[in-house]
Write a protein that binds this ligand. Structure first.
Ligand code: HEM
Length: 214
């Protein structure tokens, strides 16, 4: 327990918790996106993906509990780092002092937006009554203009957040060399834009295309 607390208290420990939880969340996002791309194949394909997910039974609840813990660790550590930075420490986690790109300096704000999104999203899907199929639920929620636009704004924030997050992740795991940094930075940005664009395509189609998920 004291080992756990000292990891949380040291700035290097916080940096690694951030990187490790960020890596787990990135894997979740990629898997979640892969599942959601079934929506592009139509209602039947999407509902059969959802049915397959639910057929995993108790195992899915274990994964959900692990995911909740990882989200919690990421958010708590981010808040601790934010407070550290407010008390004007000269060093920041995971990035060099010279790297103050727009995506880096907006991390706390895009993080807060993602947190609000997550609460709305879980209410929309995870805690929603299961009276209609998952495809109908997605079409109803995302096809509703205020909610659909909120999803688009939040997913833009997510794209900005992970564009810096991926780069920060590479650095935290030691991938930091002047010769490759530009390549890693562009790689992180490209991965974030592809992931964000594919996610955003879902509310865009729900808002604009009658036949989507029909
Ligand atoms: C347009 C994009 C998205 C769509 C259409 C979508 C759709 C869904 C659906 C249908 C579920 C319920 C799965 C089920 O139990 O049947 C779900 C759950 C969830 N989504 Fe999303 N999602 C999107 C984006 C995101 C993003 C960007 C995040 C994270 C930042 C996220 C995080 C979650 C979480 C944590 C759950 C709960 C996991 C669970 O129930 O097992 N989703 N999503």
């Amino acid at each position: 327990m004291s080992w756990f607390l000292s990891v949380f208290q040291s700035s290097i420990g916080k940096k690694y918790i951030m990187a490790l939880s960020g890596a787990c969340l990135s894997f979740f996002l990629m898997a979640h996106l892969a599942g959601n791309t079934f929506s592009f194949l139509g209602k039947e394909a999407y509902n059969s993906y959802a049915a397959h997910l639910h057929s995993l039974g108790g195992f899915i609840h274990v994964l959900e509990a692990c995911l909740a813990l990882v989200f919690l660790a990421h958010i708590l550590t981010a808040i601790l780092l934010f407070i550290d930075n407010l008390s004007a420490r000269p060093t920041r986690y995971a990035v060099s002092a010279t790297d103050r790109s727009w995506s880096a300096s907006t991390m706390p704000y895009t993080g807060a937006l993602i947190l609000i999104f997550l609460v709305v999203h879980l209410l929309n899907f995870h805690f929603a009554s299961k009276m209609i199929s998952t495809a109908d639920q997605v079409k109803t929620v995302l096809g509703n203009p205020p909610l659909g636009f909120f999803y688009l704004v939040a997913l833009s924030g997510l794209t900005l957040h992970i564009s810096h997050g991926f780069w920060s992740l590479f650095q935290s795991f030691g991938a930091n060399h002047p010769q490759y940094n530009r390549f890693l930075q562009r790689g992180g940005l490209s991965m974030a834009v592809i992931l964000g664009a594919l996610f955003m395509l879902i509310p865009l189609l729900a808002l604009t295309t009658d036949g989507f998920l029909q």
